[in-house]
Design a protein around this ligand. Structure first.
Ligand code: FPP
Length: 258
């Protein structure tokens, strides 16, 4: 059994073109509730198992050479869920960093957060900002948590910031271009702002207000696997699918060029 697993993993890894690993991978981690329901467990059991998957996939992505891994952990819309579930989700970063920071350091992973963190409970904020501080000198993959994040809110905030610069006379409206606008977004501090690959688990095929500006040219991979079941091999398979795509960015591919 173990040797079989090992062989499958080797097979998936062997298929990958190591020179074309996507620099920025973003994941909509969906299906925790359904995973729990299938087992007759409360929804939060799915979130707890989902946290374990975050550990596995962080390590796997870092080993594969991904530079930025952005995980949609809590959206600006998730506050609508029952209070007990929201409370559990807010406590997950505390649990996660309590046990996982030494592994992050061992793997040279740096933690980052994007979202409206001022609205998070103090204990969540402390766990996240302590982890950012403890991993700030790491030079490997950036593990970027989207926490209380929403794409439309992010764009609205960026518009306000750019408008303020114009009002202050620091910027002419004609100087506003895609680069100026990107600099006002929450991804501006990342080494690679735009995901090359966006994965959504659980069979749902929508974007749900995630990174609306940044995914303009991302390759989208949807998988039926529920997030708590998503494995290192599933990540490799998603990257393999990404590598089969012909990315033209609105232009022509090399063959058509001639
Ligand atoms: C969506 O599944 C998932 C979430 C809203 C929460 C995602 C959070 C985690 C995977 C854990 C995060 C871990 C850390 C360390 C912050 P769902 O509940 O909507 O599933 P369903 O569609 O099957 O009901």
């Amino acid at each position: 059994m173990f040797s079989n697993l090992f062989k499958n993993k080797q097979a998936a890894q062997n298929k990958l073109d190591q020179k074309r690993i996507p620099a920025h991978v973003a994941i909509i981690m969906d299906g925790n509730g359904r995973w729990a329901k299938k087992r007759g467990l409360p929804r939060v059991a799915g979130h707890k198992q989902g946290m374990e998957t975050v550990k596995t996939i962080t390590k796997a992505a870092s080993d594969l050479g991904v530079k930025v891994l952005t995980l949609y952990a809590f959206s600006t819309e998730n506050w609508k869920r029952p209070q007990a579930e929201v409370g559990f989700l807010m406590d997950l970063p505390v649990k996660f960093f309590n046990t996982f920071v030494p592994d992050l350091i061992a793997n040279n992973v740096r933690v980052n957060v994007m979202g409206y963190t001022d609205k998070l409970p103090d204990s969540t904020k402390k766990a996240v900002f302590d982890a950012i501080e403890q991993t700030k000198d790491n030079t490997g993959m950036v593990l970027n948590f989207a926490l209380n994040y929403g794409g439309r809110a992010e764009i609205t905030t960026a518009v306000q910031a750019v408008a303020t610069q114009v009002k202050q006379g620091k910027l002419e409206p004609s100087q506003i271009d895609e680069n100026v606008f990107s600099e006002a977004l929450m991804t501006a501090t990342l080494p690679y702002a735009d995901p090359e690959l966006l994965i959504r688990t659980s069979g749902e095929e929508r974007i749900s207000n995630f990174l609306l500006w940044q995914i303009a040219y991302s390759e989208l991979v949807f998988t039926d696997v529920l997030w708590p079941d998503f494995s290192a091999e599933d990540l490799e398979l998603s990257i393999y699918k990404f590598q089969q795509r012909d990315r033209r960015f609105g232009g022509l591919n090399k063959k058509e060029d001639n």
